[in-house]
Design a protein around this ligand. Structure first.
Ligand SMILES: NC(=O)C1=CN([C@@H]2O[C@H](COP(=O)(O)OP(=O)(O)OC[C@H]3O[C@@H](n4cnc5c(N)ncnc54)[C@H](OP(=O)(O)O)[C@@H]3O)[C@@H](O)[C@H]2O)C=CC1
Ligand SMILES: CC(C)(CO)C(=O)C(=O)O
Length: 309
């Protein structure tokens, strides 16, 4: 029997990867809230993607309905997590594997505290996608990679089965036996990219073109790595160089999803992404002025943003 997937959050990330899995014929249900449910019932789940469009009619459930699932793809924003945990708990059992796709790291502690030991795998994704006004998922550049694995490095049977479910999907899904390291690398990259694109209100191109923008980015990367090194995590010597070369390879138009959300007046994950690292810096008495500047900009922005639930 195939695995039963529950995608929590039919947004830019969950809608894309869950949609690709559904398109491949797998058993995928989306946990949604009532407004999104109405929209999806009217329009279908629409992917407008450089990798191929799709229009799907996914099974939808809301909190309190019946069902248990083998795998949860968790793809809400970090600031929505507290509500999500309550809504989700009735859909999981002792065997359910939870794969979080959020940016950042802090959610792992929250999830580990809430769910059974070992339930939560490591996960991340590289994709530039956003929700349009009509609720379609707009995927604008060629990357659509989802990486997951056991955080203890095992290549477990459940990882192999989940990977097999994705085999026929139109997405680049990979397993990793170094998922914790991969998550910290992505964390460094996204803290930098979301930090600079929101601070300078700009895509990557103009930031890279100016000496000041490049110097700021360089200092920010170094500073974040210094903070990360105060943890017991596998922060290898090449972290800063790899993040810098990733930054150099981005297209001029690239913006972090945080900057896209900021342009829409939506909430941002400042406390989860930059704030978490600043709390680490404070704990270890480590100075982080560039990160502080990025965070201050986001905290000022937060006073003016739209309220959403
Ligand atoms: N977008 C991108 O390009 C990338 C994003 N990420 C990360 O992925 C995570 C998700 O981001 P993204 O997909 O962009 O966010 P979106 O805002 O597009 O999607 C989040 C979805 O979660 C839903 N949701 C929130 N709370 C609940 C709930 N209690 N029950 C059911 N659904 C709920 C929202 O639905 P509702 O309509 O009800 O609010 C929304 O559809 C973030 O951590 C982000 O940083 C990582 C890589 C790339
Ligand atoms: C940089 C990118 C698009 C890579 O997946 C991302 O994670 C984000 O913008 O949130």
């Amino acid at each position: 029997m195939g695995l039963k997937f529950l995608v929590v959050g039919a947004g830019a990330v969950g809608g894309y990867f869950g949609g690709r899995l559904l398109e491949a014929g797998e058993d995928v249900t989306f946990l949604v809230r009532s407004k999104r449910r109405k929209q999806l019932e009217q329009t279908g789940l629409v992917l407008e993607s450089v990798k191929g469009d799709a229009k799907l009619d996914p099974p939808l459930i809301e909190k309190g309905e019946a069902g248990t699932f083998d795998v949860v793809l968790l793809s809400t924003k970090a600031y929505q997590l507290d509500n999500v945990l309550q809504d989700l708990s009735s859909f999981i059992n002792e065997e359910t594997a939870i794969i979080p796709l959020l940016n950042g790291i802090g959610h792992l502690d929250t999830l580990d505290d809430y769910f059974n030991k070992g339930a939560v795998l490591g996960g991340l994704c590289h994709i530039e996608s956003t929700l349009t006004e009509e609720g379609h998922i707009s995927h604008t550049s060629s990357g659509h990679r989802l990486t997951f694995g056991e955080r203890n490095g095992d290549m477990s049977e459940r990882v192999k089965r989940i990977a097999a479910s994705f085999e026929k999907s139109n997405a680049d899904v990979q397993t990793s036996i170094h998922i914790s390291e991969a998550m910290w690398r992505k964390y460094l990259f996204i803290t930098t990219l979301s930090g600079i694109t929101t601070l300078f209100n700009s895509p990557v191109g103009p930031i890279r073109k100016s000496d000041e923008g490049r110097a700021f980015t360089h200092k920010l990367i170094d500073e974040i790595v210094t903070v990360m090194r105060h943890t017991d995590e596998p922060i290898n010597n090449d972290f800063a160089d790899k993040a810098w070369s990733q930054f150099l390879k981005l297209s001029d138009e690239t913006k972090a999803s945080m900057q896209k959300d900021k342009e829409k007046g939506l909430p941002v994950e400042a406390d989860h992404i930059q704030g978490y690292l600043l709390r680490l810096a404070e704990k270890h008495k480590c100075s982080a002025p560039y990160l502080q500047a990025v965070y201050a900009n986001l905290k000022v922005y937060e006073q003016f943003r739209r309220d959403v639930d």
